[in-house]
Ligand binder design. Structure first.
Ligand SMILES: Cc1cc2nc3c(=O)[nH]c(=O)nc-3n(C[C@H](O)[C@H](O)[C@H](O)COP(=O)(O)O)c2cc1C
Length: 185
């Protein structure tokens, strides 16, 4: 993996269709973003019409194809200034809360914590009843109390900001980028 001079934003995509296109559009509008996919994220991206080849035109893309989450080694070399997970499935949120790291995205979340990098998570499960987009149309889903409890617990973790809306995601990311200390020219 090539090391780059300027730190970048690591953006995790999990297997959720919840505002997936809008999350990608936001990531695409930002400078220096690398995508980290879970295996489910890679599948769901394709179900919503996003091909890996196309994504590679705009991003460096890391797939979840090693047991050790090899790309996280980049976190130890100052390659990233922050982590965004958007959208974040119930599964990934639950694992993050429990401290599990067995996918590429739960691994970048864990490494962000261990390297004290700020993390922003756009959680799918934020209310007892929600509208979300399936590959074909909009549907109503009812996140369970356990899902909502995990989202709440995630928001209480140090260094982690949980956002519930796209507007919230955009402002959190913009605030993070604005706060970066840039070296003097
Ligand atoms: C089309 C599609 C959309 C999905 N959307 C969601 C979602 O919005 N939220 C969610 O928690 N799981 C969703 N799932 C299920 C997850 O992909 C599944 O739980 C997967 O195991 C999550 O793995 P990951 O957290 O490692 O990405 C969806 C699955 C499919 C096929």
């Amino acid at each position: 993996m090539k090391r780059l001079d300027e730190p970048r934003l690591a953006w995790g995509i999990t297997g959720s269709g919840h505002f997936l296109r809008e999350c990608l559009d936001l990531a695409c509008s930002l400078p220096n973003v690398d995508l980290f996919l879970t295996r489910a994220g890679e599948e769901v991206l394709q179900m919503y019409g996003h091909r890996l080849d196309g994504l590679r035109e705009d991003f460096r893309v890391f797939r979840d194809n090693t047991a050790s989450a090899a790309p996280v080694g980049l976190f130890y070399h100052g390659q990233y200034h922050g982590v965004v997970v958007a959208p974040a499935t119930s599964n990934t949120v639950a694992k993050c809360v429990l401290g599990l790291s067995d996918t590429l995205v739960t691994n970048i979340f864990a490494q962000a914590g261990k390297c004290r990098l700020p993390t922003i998570v756009f959680a799918c499960d934020t209310a007892p009843e929600m509208e979300t987009e399936s590959p074909k149309d909009w549907v109503t889903v009812y996140p369970r109390p356990v899902d909502l409890a995990h989202t709440g617990a995630l928001a209480r973790m140090p260094g982690v900001q949980v956002v519930e809306t796209l507007a919230g995601l955009r402002s959190a990311v913009e605030a993070h980028l604005a706060a970066l200390v840039r070296p003097a020219p």
